[in-house]
Design a protein around this ligand. Structure first.
Ligand code: GEM
Ligand code: ZN
Length: 303
């Protein structure tokens, strides 16, 4: 992607020659920026947290620390009173998958609308626990998938440690404290040109109840937007063969709850392509808003 102003991003065609990625741009300005995907800067992150606290009515429930001491904010919308459903959404375990924080911006922006009946229905019975960025060190260093210790956080959920993956330890401790009734882990996939979810079908504790909830989530979201589909995705795990080091599987197993990895494309959604922008921050934001509609539709059946 390229941009002249860091605001409007457009696609530049690329080709691979051997191990060399080539692209060219006839520029219309003196400076151009190039990126793998529309960036989400730390400055914008700080602004987003500010918006969440001042406009979206969330509270800063806890702040974790990355390996290098950067803040990891856990926001909560709702009182945390007993009996309410606990909906967790985390993003940016993989720092290069910026679409995930754009998605979170969409979620938080929707929370700013106080006259949204769907949102009101959701918030009548659920609290939202949001971690907009789990891996700030990785973003700072320009890593695609790892934290400052070289750890892929989405392989650390069975063995999180203060030394190697404090980011995961922090979220796990908070989950233990507050509980989880629904978990969404937001990512981007470099290959598959569609939006899709991966579930916990390979977990030892997978049940027909969870399967039904997954089906509800997928079919509702599919009918809501062209930017979600259920045909393309990862190969399903065989029963009992799940990789339990993944957040989705680990949290789903521990809390016996609906737990999904949600994947957006780096390139485009081939069901609704946009030649100029491809998949974008804007579309990621809209998806975040739409996912709240789906969660609202199923919130009362989560337990
Ligand atoms: C993922 S998510 C792994 C796929 N999950 C299942 N259940 N097969 C990862 O962490 O590698 C993809 C990504 O990073 O976006
Ligand atoms: Zn990822």
């Amino acid at each position: 992607m390229a941009s002249y102003d860091h605001v409007n991003w457009f696609r530049v065609p690329t080709i691979f020659e051997g191990d060399c990625l080539r692209f060219s741009l006839e520029t219309t300005a003196t400076h151009a920026w190039f990126a793998y995907f529309e960036p989400y800067s730390r400055g914008r992150h700080d602004w987003l947290i500010e918006q969440a606290l001042t406009k979206a009515g969330t509270e800063l429930l806890a702040t974790g620390k990355s390996v290098e001491g950067r803040d990891i904010q856990l926001l909560r919308k709702g009182t945390g009173a007993e009996g309410r459903r606990k909906v967790w959404i985390i993003a940016q375990q993989h720092p290069g998958e910026h679409m995930a924080e754009w998605f979170m911006e969409g979620v938080i922006e929707r929370l700013e609308k106080h006259d949204d009946p769907v949102l009101q229905k959701l918030l009548a019975s659920a609290d939202l626990y949001l971690v907009p960025n789990m891996n700030p060190d990785g973003a700072f260093h320009g890593h695609l998938r790892t934290n400052a210790m070289g750890q892929d956080l989405n392989r650390a959920w069975q063995s999180a440690s203060q030394e190697l993956s404090p980011e995961v330890l922090f979220v796990q401790q908070q989950m233990k404290q507050y509980g989880v009734d629904l978990f969404l882990d937001i990512h981007g996939d470099e290959e598959i040109p569609y939006v899709f979810t991966a579930g916990c079908e390979g977990n030892p504790g997978y049940t027909p109840r969870i399967e039904k909830l997954e089906e509800h989530f997928r079919s509702h979201l599919k009918h809501l937007t062209k930017d979600f589909q259920t045909k393309h995705g990862y190969t399903r795990d065989l029963p009992g063969k799940a990789n339990m080091t993944l957040a989705c599987n680990s949290v789903g197993e521990k809390f016996d709850c609906l737990s999904l990895t949600l994947e957006m494309p780096f390139k485009d959604n081939n069901d609704a392509p946009n030649a100029l922008t491809g998949w974008s921050g804007k579309r990621s934001k809209q998806l975040g808003k739409d996912v709240l509609t789906t969660v609202a539709d199923m919130v009362d059946s989560l337990r």
